[in-house]
Design a protein around this ligand. Structure first.
Ligand SMILES: [Zn+2]
Length: 190
């Protein structure tokens, strides 16, 4: 499963100019498992669009395999959280437990038994794509489970914990203008 191959790149923001194509096929339903006809029809859709379609198919497949069965309109934020936790088993990001001696170390010196999880950035980007896909597939924005408050809170929790556990910062990088300070040393030198 290569769901998260572009975890570190920022996804293109939801492009409203692309909805025309999606609107042509408005159905409040997932694609049927056997339909493969449209996959090659479109002329080189963007990487983001491809990824979004793959994510959507994965989610729909998750719904089909869900016990008890789950249909798209029944989907709530709680189900989305369930889906995200399910994806953790395919994660490749080491997230240290608080009891691990390497907790908070960006580059641990040795292996440890802490679990691999989906990186926060991957989940965040995934939710963005699924949120767009949901509405492109006929879902109503006001009932979009990917925009649920519980999902936002969960993502924030994951971000904060992974930042601590991995010793990394997810704060937006501020670009500090590098001013020339070469001459400042000479001030008051004489
Ligand atoms: Zn560890």
């Amino acid at each position: 499963m290569d769901l998260f191959s572009e975890s570190s790149s920022n996804p293109t923001p939801y492009d409203t100019t692309n909805t025309a194509a999606a609107a042509a096929a408005v159905v409040t339903a997932c694609p049927s498992p056997s339909s493969s006809s449209s996959a090659t029809a479109a002329a080189t859709p963007s990487r983001y669009e491809n990824q979004k379609r793959r994510d959507w198919n994965t989610f729909c497949q998750y719904l089909r395999n869900h016990r008890p069965p789950l249909s798209l309109p029944m989907c709530s934020g709680a189900h989305v959280l369930e889906f995200l936790r399910y994806l953790d088993q395919f994660g490749k990001t080491k997230v240290h437990n608080q009891t691990c001696p390497f907790f908070g170390l960006p580059n641990p010196p040795a292996p440890c038994p802490c679990p691999l999880r989906q990186a926060w950035g991957s989940l965040d980007a995934l939710i963005g794509r699924l949120r767009a896909a949901y509405e492109e597939n006929g879902g109503r924005p006001e009932s979009n489970p990917f925009g649920a408050r519980a999902v936002r809170l969960y993502l924030r929790e994951v971000r904060d914990f992974q930042a601590k556990a991995r010793g990394v910062s997810y704060e937006k990088k501020r670009k500090r203008p590098k001013q020339k300070i070469a001459n400042s040393n000479q001030d008051g030198a004489t």
